[in-house]
Design a protein around this ligand. Structure first.
Ligand code: KG4
Ligand code: ZN
Length: 383
């Protein structure tokens, strides 16, 4: 028997995603975004995001299945983001995933959102080499990771950001520049007409003590960009937006790629994988290509549609876990909004949740016992 079709569900922030993966192959995926509903607030409003997930989850799963030419009966396992992310948003995805897994009598796997970002690349470029260097750059995280077997081994953090993530820096500066939310793509677009050497923005933590060589910091850069904008406003001068955006983007891309290539060299790693929303940035991509080529490093970056949050990446990491024989989540698996990335599987249990509850068995054992009930529930399922 081949490996099962894994349904992946993502709901950690403002994208509701569903993806279907089997044996490393993407069969179909669908995405709904509540981004527009947040735009006028200049950032994601957690309550709005959670409510939007509630509305979007069933249609998105249905659309992914239709795109793949499958039905719920074809789903052999469900993977869902259990953290990190917005609490209410994660809860909606987990509740939906639990309902489906229980109704279908299939195992459930809780996964770490960032491991999903890493796994996204395997859908395009095949299995990851062991070891590989991963630069993960999103709206909430910026880390350099040494990855062995993503589904089995602990993940080594060589460095993380001390303050803001790279995407957060783009988002916050875009706001100061008067650009729309989300800021990263707006900065990228605006930068096209600008001169990246126009403003000498700092390159934080590229000099100084060696223990900081793989550590990031973007809040100083954010402040420098805000001060630059304020100086223009104060003097009543028009803001040379394109130059500011291009210079900021250059500073971020320079720091990210310089540290990533240095980490590969120091650890003798021949492959760099750049993932997360900021991997969609055109300058991050081109500078990474340039520097990796010069250093003889193979660069892997997922296609644009798989860089930002989506359900395919969660299905991809779920599929890797299933094929690695990982233990499914217990029935009382919960969420962890600030889970550190140590393993791809993430099965938190709420404190005190087990008091007075039946002992937690594995999802597969429990749902096997509920098989007839499951089939009935599956028939009644709205999907
Ligand atoms: O991975 P992601 O979709 O969500 C998180 O897990 O955070 O990343 C979102 C981040 C946002 O900060 C967004 O501004 C940034 O990725 N981003 C970009 C681009 N596209 C998305 N940043 C720079 N250039 C882009 N083209
Ligand atoms: Zn993400």
């Amino acid at each position: 028997m081949g490996s099962p079709v894994v349904l992946g569900i993502e709901s950690s922030c403002d994208e509701t995603g569903a993806g279907l993966v089997r044996d490393g192959r993407l069969l179909g995926h669908a995405l709904a975004s509540s981004m527009d509903a947040h735009a006028r607030f200049g950032g994601v409003v957690p309550e709005i995001a959670a409510r939007a997930h509630l509305h979007a989850l069933t249609p998105v799963v249905r659309e992914a299945l239709a795109g793949a030419g499958l039905t719920t009966a074809d789903i052999g396992a469900v993977a869902v983001t259990t953290g990190p992310g917005l609490s209410g948003a994660l809860q909606v995805g987990l509740a939906g995933a639990k309902g489906l897994a229980y109704a279908l009598g299939v195992p459930l796997y809780g996964v770490h959102h960032l491991a999903g970002h890493v796994a996204a690349d395997t859908l395009e470029h095949g299995p990851l080499p062991d070891p590989c260097m991963v630069l993960i750059v999103s709206g909430g995280h910026t880390s350099l990771l040494l990855v062995r077997d993503l589904a089995r081994d602990p993940i080594t953090h060589l460095g993380d950001t001390l303050d803001d993530a790279a995407g957060e820096c783009f988002d916050k500066v875009a706001r100061v520049f008067g650009l729309p939310y989300p800021g990263g793509p707006a900065i990228d677009r605006t930068a096209r007409e600008g001169d990246p050497r126009a403003v000498p923005f700092p390159r934080p933590l590229t000099t100084g003590p060696p223990e900081n060589r793989f550590t990031f910091s973007f809040s100083g850069l954010k402040t420098a960009a805000a001060r630059w904008a304020e100086r223009h406003h104060g003097a009543g001068l028009p803001l040379p937006l394109a130059d500011g955006a291009a210079s900021l983007q250059e500073a971020v891309a320079d720091v990210l790629t310089r540290k990533a290539v240095a980490a590969c060299a120091e650890h003798g790693v021949r492959t760099l994988v750049v993932v997360g929303g900021v991997a969609a940035n055109s300058r991050v991509r081109s500078l990474a290509e340039e520097r990796c080529a010069a250093a003889g490093i193979t660069l892997r970056v997922p296609p644009l549609r798989l860089c930002t949050d989506n359900g395919a990446m969660i299905a991809a990491i779920g599929d890797l876990l299933v094929r690695a024989g990982a233990e499914p989540a217990p029935l009382d698996v919960s969420i962890d909004p600030s889970a550190p990335l140590t393993y791809a599987a993430l099965h938190p249990v709420a404190a005190g949740a087990r008091t007075g509850h039946p002992p937690a068995g594995s999802w597969a054992q429990r749902s096997a016992g509920a098989a007839s009930h499951s089939r009935r529930a599956a028939l009644a399922s709205p999907l």
